[in-house]
Ligand binder design. Structure first.
Ligand SMILES: Nc1ncnc2c1ncn2[C@@H]1O[C@H](COP(=O)(O)OP(=O)(O)OP(=O)(O)O)[C@@H](O)[C@H]1O
Ligand SMILES: [Mg+2]
Length: 223
């Protein structure tokens, strides 16, 4: 049975879709069967895949993992149908995690990764969001009679040289609601650029670091 992984965040543009593709690409390149479901009305990942295929006709589509778009209210059904065909199913969800159809996705999610943008000002929005996940997601999913997802925190877009980011890391130490990834997704703009649904994250220096994050993800998914 494939495990369902969903990344959520406290504000738009914090790197949710990009990080989803990092994880999907990495697990796919390690040989796992991956399905990526884009259910955000912006269709960022779905459009990215289309553009990548249009720009390079030599890409062998048989070697890629599928990226499909469904409106959020159809995703549950798709997961039910596809779960036995994949090791991991990633869902990119619309911003509002308490929306009814998003709750439907989260009730089928095994691991909910709260992605914290280290560029956000202070940790206040992070705390609000964690509270929102607790009362708006975990409690509701449980009331609906489903097993709630395991929740973990991950910091993205971290530039360890910046004072703001040091403050963020310190503040994190005081938040014990859900476990945190020990490693962080760096601010990669200068070395990496935009998201891709095709190429593994291949900057050698950070490749090692990203492997550590993937290992942590796999550990969190263990029963
Ligand atoms: N780790 C990172 N380092 C640097 N830039 C990043 C990183 N992750 C994402 N970005 C950049 O931030 C912008 C927003 O990223 P992305 O679209 O993944 O965010 P999102 O949370 O999915 O946004 P939305 O809320 O609109 O769905 C993009 O320009 C992307 O290239
Ligand atoms: Mg997005």
């Amino acid at each position: 049975m494939g495990q369902v992984i969903t990344i959520a965040n406290q504000k738009g543009g914090c790197g949710k879709s990009t990080s989803t593709t990092f994880f999907a690409n990495a697990l796919h390149s390690k040989g796992y069967k991956v399905l990526l479901i884009d259910s955000d009305y912006q269709r960022s990942i779905f459009k990215m895949r289309e553009a990548e295929l249009e720009n390079d006709e030599s890409i062998d589509t048989d070697k890629l993992y599928p990226v499909r778009y469904y409106p959020a209210n159809q995703v549950g059904e798709v997961i039910e149908k596809e779960q036995e065909n994949y090791d991991f199913i990633f869902c990119d969800i619309p911003g509002n995690i308490t929306d009814k159809s998003v709750i439907g996705i989260l009730s089928m999610t095994d691991l909910l990764v709260i992605l914290h943008d280290a560029n956000s000002v202070g940790i206040a929005s992070t705390l609000d969001f964690i509270e929102n996940v607790k009362t708006g997601v975990i409690d509701i999913v449980t009331k609906l009679g489903f097993d709630p997802p395991k929740v973990v925190n991950l910091i993205a877009r971290l530039n360890e040289n910046l004072r703001l980011h040091k403050m963020f890391l310190n503040a994190k130490e005081n938040v014990s609601e859900f476990p945190w990834f020990e490693h962080h997704i760096r601010d990669l703009q200068s070395t990496f650029g935009d998201m891709s649904t095709i190429y593994p994250y291949n900057h050698s220096k950070y490749n090692y670091e990203f492997d550590l994050i993937i290992n942590e993800l796999l550990d969190f998914l263990k029963p």
